[in-house]
Design a protein around this ligand. Sequence first.
Ligand code: GDP
Ligand code: IMO
Ligand code: MG
Length: 422
Amino acid sequence: MANTILVGAQWGDEGKGKIIDVLTEKADVVVRYAGGNNAGHTVFLGTKKYVLHLVPSGILRRNKLCVIGNGVVVDPVGLVSEIQGLRKLGVKVGANLVVSETAHVVFPYHRELDAQREVLKGEHKIGTTKRGIGPAYGDKAARVGLRMIDLVNPERLEAKLSQRIKENNEVLKALGAKPLSFKQVLAEYRKAGNYLKPFVANTVVLLHEKMRRGEDILFEGAQGTFLDIDHGTYPYVTSSNTTAGGACTGSGVPPHPIDRVVGVVNAYTTRVGEGPLPTESPVIADMLHAMGREFGATTGRPRRCGWFDSVATRHATMVNGIDELAVTNLDGLDTMDVIRVCAGYRRGKKVYDYIPNDSQVLTECEPIYADFLGWRTPTNKARRWKDLPPRARLYLEAITELTGAKLAIASVGPAREQTIFV
Ligand code: GDP
Ligand code: IMO
Ligand code: MG
């Protein structure tokens, strides 16, 4: 299959989990490289639904190695319960999962600070998942974080955690929040550390060994391009490099062995949380929500929905180097009479064919739409390109051309078989 980076090319929840599951068939190793359990990647196998938060979606296929890379922030208590949940569903989790010893650890004070900062921001809140992601990456950058290698060493964990709890309790008290019990956190994290110890290893050395043997790596992006800490709609972003570059820094695999970048997009646009979404439209949001679709996989929040934004996806092609596009949820548009596609933005007299960096300016941009006639035919049974209604093909060709990448996959349902290779 070659070494492939898969990224979300919008605001997250593009259906990365489903496409990863499909592409894993031809990969040997699947690596998560950024984010934490803020992610929710859904995979359906038959009638069984799996929602992966930290464990790579590749875990659902036999004989594939899954790696949680150094760029991920790991909530160990969450990871333990995710592993236990998967095992209960009959999924084998053992030597096929390896966690980087240099991945940073999320602690309860990160979650508490995340929540408190959102309260302080009031109407300017980010709408985070409250999983402690921002404060955990903050501690990593400030060089006061604990890593998995510390978690699995009980003495080191005790010494370092004692310092961190002391400092963070002062901050929490100042914010009017309840301080944490060192004893309780230590006991909980020791238990999780003990459980996870067999999974923790030097994943950089491991991945390079795999590459030397000619094994193919699939990098599983989390979140999406416009949630990237550098390239997203700052400050309404997550705290990691979700874009393709993050795959290298977050795994220790350098750029030159990467053969291709696949960008995943919904056939429309969604966003969960606050921040600009230029093509947001109640027409499409009401339609999708009435069908029971587009509710968050991690928090259950209804996702905001809008028309396909080719200004955004073109930008995503640029910053990620997207070669191939996987378009998901095409079937979500099956009932529409008219389908709009944003081809540019207008603000006053100025026309933009790129995303302005100032979030305020972006909020004031009006989309310039091109309208397409809907196909008004169910697509969920299509298995080949020629099974799709001509108007659906035209729509797919138009959005991929505007995005500037080659159409590789069209997805017409959550199941593996509802995948059309173009
Ligand atoms: P991710 O975070 O990018 O992995 O995406 P999520 O799992 O959060 O959200 C995508 C949702 O769309 C999930 O419920 C998937 O099962 C579902 N999904 C993915 N592709 C398709 C598709 O082509 N059609 C339909 N109907 N659902 C899809
Ligand atoms: P997957 O991998 C969609 C959003 C949150 C919020 C912002 C910051 O399933 O696509 P954070 O908790 O990371 O500090 O929240 O980012 N967000 C996501 N939105 N999909 C995700 O992951 C997300 N992970 C974070 O809603 O707006
Ligand atoms: Mg998701």
